[in-house]
Design a protein around this ligand. Structure first.
Ligand code: ATP
Length: 346
């Protein structure tokens, strides 16, 4: 692929308030050049506001946005080396697919006609839409329209492509396919992609780095593995990988207790002071009387997902715990009394 751009983004102490109410910050975040970065968090945490600030569609009250080493905090949107793809990916209905993609290049007036043609055809190939070049947007599926919207942004060769929930309007099967496509387009162009999502599975699948946001701030930024294996806060632990988070641990002989379960730490080598996150797949079910059980629980529901069986349990104190077990031979059903154990080595 030829001459696609890429830049780092350095956000420092950015804040933003609406009507006197702070919705963002202070936020500081480093996004590496040529990386795929996701802003992940629940609805209303400020992801879109932060993306709009990077795009120049909104201005921070304080702080700076440096893109590729240049301070763009006050640069107008159309003068920034960024391009934003909206959730709906709105296309011009009266223009063909190819003309929609060429539109931004034509308004630039700096690009020669032959160059426009070759860039449009290259980008149509990238998003596998070559055979639809002459079609009107009304005749495309939702997924095809979204491909065109992304192609239209990429063809301008931004250093940073900003995507606001680009897959959320698509059905699940298409989302799963488009995740891999997005990842491939990022890798083939080498452009920096910054993608807003509330879907943790999506972020974990596509991103090199994920910034987990909550209530206007970044709680933790890191690779999917880092967030999963070393969540820095209770919020991150609960948001990534559906961890069972235990708090109010009481130290007793042989370990610590919480919610009717005993966590038997070897030789008291470990004491958890704040909260303990237990991954669903680290939990195993044992007979209720098994001495190795951390405690007993009642099975609430079981569901087969294909790759696993998910079992929701209620501990003796009424605390709900989620277990994710290998799909073969789980052999429990709702109402059963079981023991909760740990996967050895977990
Ligand atoms: P969602 O996933 O639901 O879009 P989000 O994480 O992207 O959520 P934002 O859209 O950034 O969140 O909104 C963050 C907060 O700022 C919300 O409480 C929202 O109501 C508020 N907000 C955003 N834009 C404005 C505005 N122009 N005027 C007033 N309040 C706003």
């Amino acid at each position: 692929m030829s001459e696609f751009g890429a830049s780092s983004v350095e956000i420092t102490d950015v804040t933003r308030a609406f009507d006197g109410q702070r919705v963002l910050g202070p936020i500081s975040l480093s996004i590496s050049s040529s990386s795929f970065h996701c802003l992940l968090g629940p609805s209303g945490c400020g992801k879109t506001t932060l993306l709009r600030i990077m795009a120049g569609l909104d201005t921070p009250d304080t702080g700076t946005v440096v893109i590729g080493g240049t301070d763009h905090s006050r640069t107008a949107a159309h003068r920034r080396p960024t391009n934003l793809v909206f959730q709906s990916g709105a296309l011009f209905p009266h223009l063909s697919v190819a003309d929609n993609i060429a539109f931004g290049l034509k308004t630039d007036r700096r690009t020669a006609k032959s160059e426009i043609r070759s860039r449009v055809s290259e980008i149509l190939d990238l998003v596998a839409m070559g055979e639809y070049a002459g079609r009107s947007p009304a005749t495309l599926s939702g997924g095809q329209r979204q491909r065109v919207a992304i192609a239209r942004a990429l063809v301008r060769r931004p250093d940073v492509l900003l995507l606001d929930e680009p897959l959320s309007a698509l059905d699940l099967a298409l989302q799963l396919r488009m995740r891999r496509e997005l990842r491939r387009w990022q890798q083939e162009t080498g452009t920096t992609f910054v993608c807003v999502t509330h879907n943790q599975a999506e972020a974990m699948e596509i991103a090199d780095e994920i910034a987990v946001m909550n209530a206007g701030v970044v709680e933790q930024s890191g690779s999917a593995r880092e967030l999963y294996e070393q969540p820095a806060s209770r919020f991150v632990a609960g948001f990534i990988g559906e961890n069972n988070v235990f708090e109010n641990l009481t130290t007793v002989d042989g370990g610590q207790t919480a919610d009717g379960l005993l966590f038997p730490w070897p030789q008291q080598s470990l004491t958890v002071t704040e909260s303990l996150a237990v991954r669903p797949e680290a939990i195993r079910l044992l007979p209720a009387s098994d001495p190795a059980a951390l405690g007993t629980a009642r099975v609430l529901t079981t569901s087969f997902t294909g790759k696993s069986v998910r079992v929701a349990l209620n501990t003796s104190t009424g605390r709900e715990v989620l277990a994710e077990l290998p799909p073969g031979g789980v052999g429990v059903s709702a109402g059963d009394q079981v023991g909760i154990g740990f996967e050895p080595g977990a």
